[in-house]
Ligand binder design. Structure first.
Ligand SMILES: [Zn+2]
Length: 324
């Protein structure tokens, strides 16, 4: 019997679309299969407790959504497939219609995640976090800045103070640039100082971390920083980029976090931001382990940690806890 069939605990909103995953050319370094594997793993992990979550299927973002943070020229070139060869190289992808559809859908997913979070208090996407996309250009596997579009939409919907907690191992340079002159959105980025992008932008608060940092030191810095920022910003909405590329096994990270460290990180951020009164919208961010099953499982900790925090907030015991 499912232990979560309880009228006092509404289901947690998880956002997914099968179109998040498209086929890429063989040997392409981006781990595109992680999106479908993540959904399969979550279905398996939640098999006995399917009623604990509410799967929400997003619609693609509209062109006007993209224009809220990207330049008209870039949106036109991206949607019509007329990006220069150099622009495509910088993106990390060769443009295709499938890539366009997938990218617009992922932005729609984060828009839906933020809307569901504002409605219910907490929601998690199974994609999103393309934080390197600049207003006028793609960069580093990031074609459209879903975090920027969704935060902008939240302002339009009446949110007065939003906080972006970007814990992907790479600096959230595109998002920092998009909101550089927007006082209603506070951008926080904890990242490996030695890592991509070589040219950093200025977030409202950047916390560059030394190469090789492990769980204890990382969590101490995060906890201290998050308390300061929550007290200063008093956000109504937090968008949490939970990139798992700070993991020791990640091929593009320079930090040494463990799976357990990441579970504690996801849980801490969601719990503290919810306790501070913010709606929390989570996106999965980067992760580049060549082992797709291990990588997708690592991303799935975000959804499990969110469900644990959600259930405890509703007086129910956690279902998962830390790994191991
Ligand atoms: Zn990253």
């Amino acid at each position: 019997m499912c232990p979560v069939a309880d009228a006092h605990c509404p289901p947690l909103a998880l956002i997914h679309h099968p179109g998040y995953r498209i086929a890429l050319p063989e040997k392409h370094p981006f781990p595109m299969d992680k999106f479908s594997v993540l959904k399969r793993l979550l279905d398996r992990q939640l098999a006995d407790c399917a009623s604990a979550v509410d799967w929400v299927t997003p619609q693609p973002a509209e062109e006007d959504d993209l224009l809220s943070v990207h330049t008209r020229r870039y949106v036109h070139e991206f949607l019509t497939g007329s990006l220069s060869a150099q622009a495509q190289r910088r993106s990390g992808f060769v443009w295709s219609e499938a890539l366009r559809e997938r990218s617009v859908l992922a932005v729609g997913g984060t828009l839906t995640t933020v809307r569901e979070a504002l409605k219910r208090g907490l929601a998690c996407n199974t994609a999103g976090g393309t934080h390197h996309a600049h207003p006028e250009a793609a960069s580093g596997y990031c074609l459209l800045n879903d975090i920027g579009v969704a935060a902008h939409q939240a302002l339009e919907d009446g949110v007065k103070r939003a906080l972006i907690v970007d814990l992907d191992v790479h600096q959230g340079d595109g998002t920092a640039l998009i909101f550089a002159d927007e006082p209603r959105v506070f951008t926080l980025s904890l990242h490996a100082e030695s890592n991509f992008p070589a040219r950093k932008q200025q977030s409202d608060l950047d916390v560059p971390l030394p190469r090789g940092m492990g769980d204890a030191d990382y969590l101490a810095v995060l906890e201290r920083t998050l308390e300061e920022v929550l007290a200063r910003v008093r956000p109504q909405l937090v968008i949490f980029d939970a990139g798992v590329d700070p993991h020791a096994a990640d091929r593009l990270g320079h930090l040494e976090l463990s799976d357990s460290g990441l579970y504690h990180r996801e849980r801490h951020v969601i719990q503290r931001c919810r306790a501070a009164g913010a709606a929390v919208a989570c996106v999965i961010g980067g992760g580049y382990d060549r082992d797709i099953e291990a990588l997708a499982w690592r991303h799935s900790q975000l959804h499990r940690a969110a469900l644990d925090v959600w259930r405890e907030a509703h007086g129910q015991p956690a279902l998962f806890g830390p790994p191991g």
